[in-house]
Design a protein. Structure first.
Length: 195
């Protein structure tokens, strides 16, 4: 009889457990009129927390991507700056030497009458050509101006003139030579332009 009693008690406990689970399940989930399950308060809190954490994670990932993009941009800018530094390393030196070239050119236009002065002029011409070749080796390029179309990127108009044989905007005369360092203007050509 005790066995029977224990069996009945076990069945009662199992039924109570099933009933308790049904009650708990009914409390957590109620079905709305349209058939969609409504979530209980515990699940609502968890879902909100999960959504908050997912949005924070997405926000942090976006921040990380922005930082990485900024870092890559800084690396690229630094590489470009280094490249420009190497490419234009002689800019300040060449800019300082341009007046020396101008003085050599002016001196070489002087007419000499005796042999002694002629030998000095020949020596100056050799020095000028050697200097010019050394500067060209560093990337110095003379800007062509005479009989060219006026370009404000390379020419500085200081005078205007009138020549009926040439069209308007053509450089009539170069008053001072202009120079480029590779593709950068060191000094624009001073020119006289046709009206």
């Amino acid at each position: 009889m005790t066995d029977k009693k224990e069996t009945v008690e076990k069945e009662d406990v199992q039924q109570d457990t099933v009933a308790a689970e049904d009650v708990a399940s009914a409390q957590q989930e109620t079905v709305a009129e349209d058939g969609v399950a409504e979530v209980g308060p515990e699940i609502d809190v968890k879902d909100k927390r999960i959504n908050e954490l997912e949005s924070k994670l997405e926000e942090e990932e976006n921040k990380l991507l922005r930082v990485l993009a900024d870092f890559e941009n800084a690396k690229r800018r630094n590489a470009l700056d280094q490249e420009a530094l190497v490419k234009y390393k002689a800019q300040s030196l060449l800019t300082s030497i341009l007046p020396v070239l101008d003085n050599f050119e002016r001196a070489l236009t002087v007419e000499v009458k005796n042999d002694e002065a002629q030998s000095i002029m020949t020596g100056m011409d050799m020095i000028y050509r050697n200097l010019l070749e050394a500067l060209k080796g560093e990337g110095l390029v003379e800007i062509e101006a005479s009989d060219k179309e006026f370009d404000p990127n390379f020419h500085q108009a200081v005078m205007t003139g009138s020549d009926p044989d040439k069209s308007s905007g053509i450089v009539l005369e170069e008053l001072q030579k202009g120079y480029l360092l590779k593709d950068r203007v060191l000094r624009p050509s001073m020119v006289k332009v046709n009206e």
